[in-house]
Design a protein around this ligand. Structure first.
Ligand code: ATP
Ligand code: PH2
Length: 170
């Protein structure tokens, strides 16, 4: 039997109907065979990090799930969902309708070309760690340790929970 592993996705949008883009991505992840969604964080409005000047604010959220899928299959699924929402792959960190990052898959630590796990910048991103800690405070990032202490040292100003923005079916 294939092992059941924890999977964590980070979703972001700062173009178009940001909430609708996140809702669509959540639905698509829920509809993915062999992925069980366990928790979805609140929606957070976040100041852009490392993005070109004048980039609009993001909406971000984190999904925690379980899966028997391989990391590469999960990356392909994440990219297919981005493509379905009109994501154009241009300048790095450019505004985008939808970004679906794989934060971690089980205990996998790998760097193979187009797939790095855990995501190489997740540990330094308040817009990933804060939503994640809301639903999974005891989480550990493989190779980095518990996320609590990571949050202590990252920039979390500019990361604001938006209780008025609700993902349906949660
Ligand atoms: N864990 C991962 N999750 C998502 N993409 C990854 C991961 N590891 C490597 N990649 C690769 O990163 C490439 C760039 O991804 P993307 O265009 O979403 O970057 P970005 O969103 O601008 O920046 P960042 O990677 O910092 O979030 C993708 O083509 C993908 O193959
Ligand atoms: N606040 C915020 N900033 C970002 C984000 C994001 O999702 N939220 N994604 C980026 C590239 O993936 C770059 N910068």
């Amino acid at each position: 039997m294939k092992p059941l592993r924890k999977v964590v996705f980070s979703l972001g949008s700062n173009l178009g109907d940001r909430l609708a883009n996140l809702q669509g991505a959540v639905d698509a992840i829920r509809d993915t065979p062999d992925v069980i969604v366990v928790d979805i964080s609140s929606v957070y409005e976040t100041a852009p990090v490392g993005a070109p000047d004048g980039s609009p604010d993001f909406l971000n959220l984190v999904i925690v799930g379980e899966t028997t899928l391989e990391p590469r299959t999960l990356l392909e699924r994440a990219q297919a969902i981005e493509d379905a929402f009109g994501r154009e792959r241009d300048e790095r960190n450019a505004p985008r309708t939808l970004d679906v990052d794989l934060v971690m898959v089980g205990t996998t630590e790998t760097q193979q070309g187009d797939l790095s796990l855990p995501h190489p910048r997740a540990h330094e991103r308040g817009f990933v760690l804060l939503p994640w800690a809301e639903v999974d405070p005891a989480a550990e990032l493989p190779g980095r340790g518990p996320i609590g202490p990571l949050i202590e040292v990252v920039e979390t100003t500019g990361v604001a929970k938006r209780d008025d923005l609700v993902i349906e079916g949660d």
